[in-house]
Design a protein around this ligand. Structure first.
Ligand code: NAD
Ligand code: FES
Length: 285
């Protein structure tokens, strides 16, 4: 059992949860994730660790309320216990001094990007961060990402903050400025990562992406997370979550992400019927 230290909504339907998990806090490296099981009968929810405090023995996860399980988890309170937190899982990011690294965080994909950005800067890279969101209220971890970056730029789909456009428009501007880029790292919706990779492929810029496939066990046993990378089948949970973005079959990834859409909608509708106004009456403490 893992104690919830704090849980709060940081933007609409996006929660930041601090969890007592001393062993994970000590061992976790940038890029790795955990699987959270909220209650004994709960689903396994894979979430990348957004921050940690090894001295306090705490980890931070940021998650979006997208279905029944994450909605239920958002209603947990500080002082309560999660049934299980498994991890750290997956391979750590390869952190190396390369020169200039562009870190792109799309929406809630910014959270897993945070420890990577920080580590890339700490080792001596110039880190240019691009954060993209649908509107100005949807940026997550802005303060932390500013501290973790040499320079930070913002884009919004509706133009309410920073550049009016997508993260790829800002990346194109950096490329057009003639700046030498040694590595691009992109984390966000699959479509964003696909479009980033299409752009960087044209300029032969090495690009790493972190994939959020459907997962069950998280240990390489079930095959639920399989993706095609360079024509080979890989398991995101043990071979990733990070891969060379130019080799990933994003169309297959997106298709597989939709696999349980109908079942998820049925579960969510049933949940809403049973909990009108949400499990905590629509109010978070
Ligand atoms: P979103 O749909 O609001 O997109 C965020 C940003 O991505 C946009 O503002 C835009 O700049 C960029 N983007 C989106 N579509 C694009 C396109 N076609 N071309 C270029 N850029 C594009 O994101 P959100 O709703 O905040 O995030 C939710 C998504 O992020 C979910 O799909 C979730 O699964 C995914 N996610 C991924 C990871 C990961 O590890 N890869 C982690 C957390 C969440
Ligand atoms: Fe089962 Fe990766 S989640 S093999």
């Amino acid at each position: 059992m893992y104690r919830i230290v704090d849980v709060r909504e940081i933007s609409p339907k996006v929660q930041r949860m601090v969890i007592d998990a001393p062993l994970i806090a000590r061992k976790h490296q940038p890029g790795q994730f955990v699987i959270i099981i909220n209650t004994e009968k709960g689903e396994r929810i894979p979430l990348t660790v957004a921050d940690k405090n090894p001295e306090k023995g705490q980890i931070v996860v940021i998650f979006q309320e997208v279905g029944k399980s994450t909605t239920e988890m958002a209603c947990r309170k500080a002082g309560e216990y999660l049934f299980d937190v498994v991890g750290p899982l997956g391979k750590a990011t390869h952190i190396e001094k390369l020169g200039t690294v562009v870190c792109i965080g799309g929406g809630v994909g910014t959270a897993p990007m945070h420890p990577i950005t920080r580590a890339m800067k700490e080792i001596g890279n110039e880190v240019i961060t691009i954060l993209g969101a649908r509107n100005k209220d949807l940026f997550t971890m802005e303060e932390e990402m500013t501290a973790a970056s040499t320079e930070i730029r913002f884009t919004t789909d509706d133009g309410s903050r920073g550049r009016h456009g997508f993260v790829t428009d800002e990346l194109q501007s950096i490329i057009d400025s003639g700046k030498k880029i040694d590595l691009v790292i992109a984390i966000g919706p699959a479509i964003m990562m696909k479009v980033v990779c299409n752009l960087t492929r044209k300029y032969e810029l090495p690009t790493v992406v972190s994939l959020n496939s459907i997962m069950v066990d998280g240990t390489g046993m079930c095959g639920a997370c399989r993706v095609s990378v360079g024509g080979e089948t890989k398991f995101v949970c043990v071979d990733g979550p990070e891969f060379d973005g130019h080799l990933v079959d994003f169309d297959q990834l997106m298709k597989r992400q939709q696999m349980y859409r109908t079942e998820e909608a049925i579960a969510m509708n049933k949940y809403n019927e049973e909990h009108p106004g949400g499990c905590c009456g629509g109010h978070h403490d």
